[in-house]
Design a protein around this ligand. Structure first.
Ligand code: MN
Length: 301
């Protein structure tokens, strides 16, 4: 494929233009569940900009005291949670009777819909635990749908390569002509964990309709067009611009080391966002109803 460029020229199709980095964001330390230490990469302040994504947490520690408390029983309503395990094991159980093992390379895609109560607890007392949790909003019309849960084993996540040192584990959406493990309506999310060999380049299509960001979790990656790339170090998110004519993004690993990049994109819902902790609805009245339903035991029935 020709090198992507930022120069808009009539002879260059939209699909060959790379988005630029609009800004980079360092996550901030946070704690959730029963004292699990994590880094909140995407927080409330970016929910409008990165609509339909509500949250991204990255957790990773060799110290069991950072994760041993796990995420005991708690409710959700109105959106979807996506958990990508990199290392370690956790057990999922929920009010709909689902049980799942989160193991290295597995993905849990949970649609809370009108309500689910679940727990995610470590199945180890030592060693490294690492992974991501991404929250994807649901449109008003499906916030109260029946809950759904998919426990996707590591070998069921499609792997595709560009033949030039880039390998994608394709969790959701489409890339390089392949379909990911999950396809969702409305938000049409693309979620891909990209591994780049040292110096490797990946040109990845992203629909121009979508908001998009990348999170570098290993190595260092130049993000953006050849003539306007931004170097993004590990532990940093880059929000990609919504240039009208840019049909994707170019990622290039630093020449000295391999890199790992989570690429996330989705179609914005452009609806009001009302959040109270684990409930994400469109209005304060709907949040009050969610709290009422949870307290009365009607949330997850
Ligand atoms: Mn949860």
């Amino acid at each position: 494929m020709a090198a992507w460029t930022a120069t808009i020229h009539p002879d260059i199709p939209t699909s060959l233009l790379s988005r630029r980095v609009e800004r980079t964001v360092r996550g901030r330390p946070a704690s959730d569940g029963d004292g699990v230490r994590l880094v909140r990469v995407l927080g409330n302040d970016l929910q409008r900009r990165l609509d339909p994504f509500l949250m991204l947490d990255h957790f990773g520690s060799d110290d069991a005291s950072d994760y041993i408390g796990g995420f005991p029983s708690h409710p959700h309503r109105g959106f979807e949670t996506v958990t990508l395990m990199q290392q370690g094991r956790m057990r999922h159980q929920d009010s709909a009777g689902n049980v799942g093992l989160l193991e290295p390379g597995s993905v849990q895609w949970m649609t809370a819909g009108r309500g689910i109560i679940h727990s995610e607890m470590p199945e180890q007392e030592e060693g490294r635990m690492a992974g991501f949790q991404l929250w994807v909003n649901l449109p008003a019309k499906t916030k109260m749908q029946a809950p759904a849960y998919r426990d996707i084993a590591p070998e069921s996540v499609p792997v595709v390569s560009n033949g030039a040192g880039a390998t994608l584990r394709l969790v959701a959406g489409r890339a390089l002509g392949a379909a990911g493990a999950v396809q969702r309506p409305d938000t049409e999310p693309l979620v891909a964990d990209v591994s780049l060999e040292a110096g490797a380049v990946l040109d990845l299509e992203i629909p121009t309709t979508h908001n998009a960001f990348v999170f570098v979790h290993e190595g260092s990656v130049a993000v953006g067009p050849v003539d306007g790339a931004t170097t993004v170090p590990a532990g940093t998110m880059a929000i990609l611009g919504n240039e009208e004519a840019a049909g994707g993004v170019r990622l290039r690993a630093d020449g000295s080391a391999p890199a790992g990049v989570l690429v996330v994109a989705g179609r914005p819902l452009r609806e009001p966002i009302a959040q109270m902790g684990p409930f994400v609805m469109n209005s304060e009245a709907e949040l009050r109803q969610a709290v009422h339903d949870f307290r009365s035991g009607a949330l997850a029935t």
